[in-house]
Design a protein around this ligand. Structure first.
Ligand code: WTA
Length: 659
């Protein structure tokens, strides 16, 4: 198991659901939760079939709920047809939400723009008609590389409307990462912006697309559609590039949604695994949307009067499910925020909650921890300096939330009245899996509590046998569920091997270590593979190592994670150069050069926090790098393990000293 195992099961505080909340909740009280659990456990297909019929609009009803004949390549609602965008937009026009605000967009600089469901529908249709006029259609694949904006939601929804499978690339990724994704997915279309605004600065986006395409192998790309965000100067290829507004504005606001099979890939989203190459996680249309909508209603207790705010970027799965699809399918009003939590100051989140009367706020522990520090440094940025009385529910996602941060969030942001839903899930699961239901589940700070109805989460040993409460093991999901990953794009072997290893009885292996307590509450202990979680973002150690060794100065590199107060984990790289080991100023200069290199190869989120140079790396006599020891050294701790199998034990001393 990874280094991030935390001291768990020490937390004894329990917070029952507030009575007022429970009374009005979509799932109310322990009995409400238990009834759904029982229904799903006793007759899973009946349960999922009922949910899918009641919650989605099908253009062709399905007759089979689950097809397991090619497990683990499961098919859900496999002969049904629907359109995801019609379920998110047209459905709201039909049920009286046409003039309801769908999105309140707040720009980095504070400007606010609102669109109703009718307006959003029209924008999506116009853009979809534009794409259609260029010949794009069902089965094509697009890359979306956009800043947080109404346009990003429009682009994703327009693709969904036409049956174009999108793959969104987070704006912080480099041209190299973008290139990898364009070629892997076989995109014929790229949608980007001239620049993005973050923290008062304009950051170019389109140049990265130009660079990526120039790297070769992207011949399938016919157009690059550019959203003019800033009007900054960019290079232009008249044969390929088109302004989004030139394409969309003149089009009709009506575009017939294309009915697709429930299993049609709605999107492919790349995420880090334990090897160097990110995996293209392929999601479905029907099963995915069903879970996006249901979890909005269950976990977030979605109500017509809510103002929902998920602070994630649409470049990550959280932004897909809880910005672009879930809140719209549930007919909510939501905030889309372009900027960062610390600009113009660290009170930004609290001010936005106050200004827009946000009721439901969903963010990451990293953001909370950094805002705790900022509010301690300056009381003006403390949540207590703002009116946060509109809040009724808080959420956390992406990494374990430490009990101290949980308590601060509960007290200072939630005014001790708002339940906190600590939602455990993954890119691969499509939506929440283990989480409290705010009107039903007693909360324990630091635990994501209990499984959602229909989700057969369990802790098992290496042979798939159940592990007793209080003991650690592998977190698995025993039975398939509708929003599960369908495949790794172009790599079915890797899909089977990574997620359904033969020794685990066909269970889905999440890649997290965890334990259950006697109440059935789950405590996540950290990844069991070489995946780090830095600020809630997944990062493969191998990915960073491959980037480092691609630098001309580097002979060898080993990357490990180290616990970090703010970012959860931090990247520490141990590097052997082709030349002699640098010291002093030279080591600092080369360290900076390598950090910038990693930012260019992958993206700034992958930059090592620290680089240490050695004459060698600690290796066994058979040449295997002992990462376990490097993790100890990275933490600044003394190595107490037996090092007799090491070929070169003295190297540990050298690597123990930060540069
Ligand atoms: C971790 C993000 C503890 C976990 C939605 C998982 C969490 C990985 C939690 C998935 C949580 C996510 N408590 N750990 N509430 N939520 N994780 O694919 O290690 O970016 O495997 O999906 O984040 O990260 P991903």
């Amino acid at each position: 198991m990874s280094n991030s195992i935390q001291s768990v099961l020490v937390e004894t505080r329990v917070f029952p659901p507030p009575q007022d909340f429970a009374k009005q909740a979509n799932v109310s009280g322990a009995a409400g939760y238990q009834a759904l659990l029982d229904e799903a456990d006793q007759n899973p297909e009946g349960f999922w079939g009922r949910m899918a019929r009641e919650n989605l609009q099908w253009t062709k009803p399905f007759t089979q709920v689950l097809d397991e004949s090619r497990a683990p390549f499961y098919r859900w609602f496999g002969d049904g047809e629907l359109n995801v965008s019609a379920n998110c937009l047209d459905a709201n026009l039909k049920n009286g939400n046409a003039n309801k605000i769908a999105i309140i967009f707040e720009a980095d600089g504070g400007e606010v723009k609102k669109v109703t469901y009718q307006q959003l529908h029209d924008l999506v249709c116009k853009f979809a008609n534009g794409l259609k006029s260029l010949g794009y259609k069902h089965g094509d694949r697009s890359i979306i590389y956009l800043p947080m904006s109404i346009e990003a939601v429009v682009a994703m929804q327009a693709c969904a409307r036409l049956g174009i499978t999108h793959s969104v690339v987070f704006g912080g990724f480099s041209s190299k990462s973008l290139h990898e994704r364009i070629t892997d997915v076989g995109a014929s279309l790229v949608i980007t912006a001239d620049e993005q605004m973050r923290g008062g600065k304009a950051i170019p986006l389109k140049p990265a697309v130009d660079e990526a395409i120039a790297m070769g192998g992207c011949e399938a790309v016919r157009h690059c559609i550019v959203y003019k965000r800033t009007g900054g100067k960019i290079a232009w290829d008249a044969k390929r590039d088109i302004w989004m507004s030139d394409l969309a504005d003149k089009q009709s606001p009506v575009c017939e949604p294309v009915a697709v099979n429930a299993e049609h890939p709605l999107f492919i989203l790349y995420t880090s695994g334990s090897t160097g190459k990110p995996k293209g996680v392929q999601h479905s249309s029907g099963g995915y949307l069903l879970w996006a909508k249901l979890t909005m209603q269950w976990t977030f207790d979605a109500k017509p009067s809510d103002i929902f705010w998920c602070t994630a970027d649409v470049g990550w799965v959280t932004g897909h499910t809880y910005i672009t699809y879930g809140p719209l399918a549930a007919g909510m009003t939501q905030i889309v925020f372009e900027g960062v939590p610390t600009y113009p100051d660290a009170g930004r989140f609290w001010k936005m909650i106050q200004d827009h009367k946000v009721t439901t706020f969903y963010t990451a522990p990293t953001a909370i921890r950094s805002l705790i520090k900022a509010s301690e440094a300056n009381a003006a940025h403390h949540p207590k300096s703002y009116d946060l009385s509109s809040l009724r529910l808080l959420g956390s996602v992406g990494e374990p939330i430490n009990p101290e941060a949980w308590m601060w969030y509960h007290t200072n942001v939630g005014g001790e009245r708002c339940p906190i839903v600590d939602t455990w899930w993954q890119t691969e699961t499509g939506g929440h899996m283990i989480t409290p239901l705010p009107g039903a589940t007693p909360l324990k700070p630091g635990s994501c509590t209990t499984r959602l109805p229909g989700i057969t989460a369990a802790i098992v040993d290496e042979t798939g046998g159940d592990v007793e409460p209080g003991h650690g093991g592998f977190l698995v999901i025993k039975r398939p569920w509708p929003s599960m990953i369908r495949n790794i794009w172009g790599d079915p072997d890797r899909f089977e091997k990574s997620y359904f290893p033969s020794e685990l009885r066909g269970y889905y292996l999440a890649g997290d270590g965890a334990q259950c307590d006697k109440d059935g509450c789950f405590w996540i202990m950290g990844r069991i593979d070489d995946v780090l979680n830095v600020s809630g973002h997944r990062l493969g150690t191998m990915e960073v190592e491959s980037a480092l060794v691609a630098h001309e100065l580097v002979a060898e590199a080993a990357v490990v994670g180290r616990p970090d107060d703010t970012t959860g984990e931090a990247v520490v790289a141990f590097v052997v150069l082709k030349r002699s080991r640098p010291e002093g100023d030279e080591a600092t200069a080369i360290g900076k050069q390598l950090r910038d290199w990693v930012a260019k190869e992958i993206g700034p989120i992958a930059k090592p926090k620290e680089i240490r140079f050695g004459d060698n790396l600690p290796k066994t006599r058979s040449g295997k790098i002992m990462r376990r020891l490097l993790r100890v050294v990275a933490k600044g701790e003394q190595v107490t393990q037996d090092v007799s199998t090491l070929e070169n034990p003295a190297i540990l001393d050298q690597l123990s000293k930060p540069v």
